[in-house]
Design a protein around this ligand. Structure first.
Ligand code: HEC
Ligand code: HEC
Length: 307
């Protein structure tokens, strides 16, 4: 997970150098908030260290990386709901951290619309880190971080905005674009007959929301089966009655690693999602289902979870 050589201290490393966020031709344009955000070698390395620092929580057991683990695409599979401080569990399933630069808003209800403020939410959330920003800063000041801040920002001043920015920069570098479908988009691979059939079915039945190379237009919609408990989703943010029980359309990239699915982890498998889909009359034969799954399997990026 080292960015360039940032993990081995080396006087020759240029910590102010910009880290390239690749822009695959098949991807849409980056989200407007991201255009003026420029991760650097030093800020990304600092963000990586903060991401796995458990001292930044009220009971010293919870880091971002507890719930966002690389081997499952930075989600918390197979947990339905993740465990935070003092064994508390929240109401929602932990989404993967991937391709954030293309995402116009964050969380299942889109309640946050800029990555450079996003990490405040899990810190102060009483189920997750349950710690004030003041305490975060105090804890970072107590630990061995002075050199990391100097490299990242040019001086050793440790502040909340710098901590938040470094976390955002680290997360922005998590780009998943090396799956088999990306080889297809780059014209390095053809689709099998079943994959082609699956692609047509997917575009017909799913593509209006799960659109483009990221498999999402990031709008707020709902599936049969999206009504779980009292979580009204987008309504919490917009207060528009028709937004009740609408959730951000998730990218389906790396689904192989991130089950269970849905904002509440309400579907254990992709087959269960499709079963619920039947209830609104969109019937798929067993063969069609198999083709759809074969097509969707092309979006799993084994490099992303290991490199
Ligand atoms: C206890 C588990 C837990 C911890 C710890 C945690 N997260 Fe999360 N994370 C979640 C859950 C659950 C959501 C979805 C929340 C929602 O929709 O309301 C989420 C959402 C996110 C998202 C939005 C992804 C998207 O697709 O919208 C990002 C980015 C993120 N977390 C980063 C972080 C960072 C940075 C930290 C550490 C400061 C952190 N998380 C700590 C569980 C956790
Ligand atoms: C009307 C827009 C729309 C259509 C059409 C649609 N989806 Fe979704 N999809 C969503 C939304 C919104 C969610 C989140 C629902 C929730 O959390 O309750 C979702 C969630 C999912 C998930 C869970 C992903 C995860 O990471 O949690 C899967 C899998 C999925 N959809 C597959 C499909 C398939 C396959 C089709 C076609 C048969 C399809 N969807 C059609 C909007 C749509």
């Amino acid at each position: 997970m080292c960015i360039l050589t940032a993990c081995t201290p080396d006087a020759r490393v240029d910590y102010q150098a910009l880290v390239d966020i690749p822009q695959p031709d098949s991807f849409p344009e980056r989200a407007p908030w991201s255009v003026n955000v420029h991760p650097m070698v030093g800020t990304v390395a600092l963000g990586q260290k903060l991401f796995s620092d458990r001292s930044l929580s009220s009971d010293g057991t919870v880091s971002c990386g507890n719930c966002h683990r690389q081997e499952v695409a930075f989600s918390d599979a197979p947990e339905k709901r993740s465990t935070g401080v003092n064994g508390r569990t929240g109401g929602r399933n932990t989404p993967p951290v991937q391709n954030l630069a293309w995402m116009p808003s964050f969380m299942w209800d889109g309640g946050i619309n800029h990555l450079e403020v996003m990490p405040i939410a899990p810190f102060v959330n009483e189920v997750e880190h349950n710690i004030s920003l003041k305490e975060v800063v105090r804890s970072v000041r107590r630990s061995d971080y002075r050199r990391d801040f100097k490299r990242a920002f040019g001086d050793t001043s440790i502040t909340a905005p710098r901590i938040i920015v470094a976390l955002a920069h680290f997360m922005m570098t998590k780009v998943s674009s090396q799956s088999p479908i990306d080889s297809f988009y780059r014209r390095e691979r053809l689709l099998s007959n079943a994959e082609r059939t699956g692609r047509v079915l997917f575009n017909e039945q799913c593509g209006s929301c799960h659109s483009g190379a990221l498999l999402s237009d990031f709008t707020y919609k709902s599936h049969p089966g999206s009504r779980v408990g009292s979580d009204v989703g987008r309504f919490l943010v917009s207060q528009v009655p028709s937004d009740s029980f609408q959730f951000k359309t998730p990218s389906l990239r790396n689904w192989k690693y991130t089950a269970p699915y849905g904002h509440a982890g309400q579907w254990a498998t992709l087959e269960e999602v499709l079963q619920d889909w039947h209830t609104q009359g969109e019937y798929l034969t067993a063969d069609e289902k198999a083709s759809l799954l074969q097509f969707l399997s092309l979006f799993n990026d084994s490099e992303f979870i290991t490199l």
